[in-house]
Design a binder for this molecule. Structure first.
Ligand SMILES: [Zn+2]
Length: 175
C-alpha cells in the first residue's frame, strides 16, 4: 500500500483501506540501511491472510522508498522466499508457522546463524533471548530447543531455528 506510507520513517502503518477496525494485526521490523533502527511495519486485515498480504505490501513499499536495490540481493531473495513460504503457511491456515517464519527471518537478519562447515547440514543458531549464553544446534529439520523437542513426533515440523537454517541455506545458494 505505497500510498499510505508516510515520508517520515521509521514508523509506518500499512492499513487496509476502509478497514480501520479490522481485527488481525501483524508486525514486522525491517532493517533499512542508513537508519539507526529497524522500521516498524504494522498491517491489519479482516483475516490473518489479509494482514499478511498488507504486511508484505508495507515492507515492499518501505524497501522501494528506501532505495534498497542490488546491494541487498541476498535480502531480496530472502524476502521472496519468505513471501512464498508465508503464502503456503497462510493457505494451510498454519498461523503459528507464519509467526515462526517471521522470527526465522529476524534470526537470519540478526546474523544469528552459522554453519558447521561448508555443505554441512549442521547449523548453530544464537538464541534471541540469551545471545551470549545459548546456542541451538540444528541438524536437518531437527533442533535441540524446547519447541523442536516438543514436536519430534511431527516429521514436517520446523521450529523457528530450523526454519531459519532452511531459509539461510536457500538464500546462500541460488539455484
Ligand atoms: Zn529450535
Amino acid at each position: 500500500m505505497p500510498e499510505s506510507i508516510p515520508e517520515s520513517l521509521p514508523c509506518v502503518q500499512a492499513v487496509l483501506p476502509d478497514l480501520p477496525e479490522s481485527p488481525h494485526s501483524m508486525n514486522a521490523f525491517v532493517p533499512v540501511p542508513g537508519l539507526p533502527r529497524d522500521v516498524q511495519v504494522t498491517a491489519r486485515g479482516w483475516t490473518a491472510a489479509e494482514a499478511a498480504d498488507a504486511l508484505f505490501d508495507g515492507i515492499a513499499a518501505i524497501r522501494a522508498r528506501a532505495g534498497i536495490q542490488q546491494a541487498e540481493v541476498r535480502d531480496a531473495r530472502l524476502l521472496t522466499l519468505m513471501t512464498t513460504y508465508l503464502d503456503m503457511a497462510v493457505r494451510k491456515e498454519d498461523f503459528a508457522r507464519v509467526k515462526r517464519l517471521h522470527k526465522a527471518v529476524k534470526l537470519i537478519q540478526a546474523g544469528a546463524i552459522s554453519q558447521d562447515a561448508p555443505d554441512s547440514d549442521i547449523y548453530f543458531v544464537l538464541s534471541q533471548t540469551e545471545p551470549s549464553k545459548t546456542v541451538y544446534t540444528v541438524v536437518g529439520k531437527h533442533c535441540d530447543c524446547a519447541d523442536g523437542q516438543a514436536h519430534t513426533e511431527e516429521p514436517t515440523y520446523r521450529c523457528k531455528h530450523s526454519l531459519a537454517c532452511w531459509l539461510y541455506d536457500k538464500v546462500q545458494e541460488p539455484r
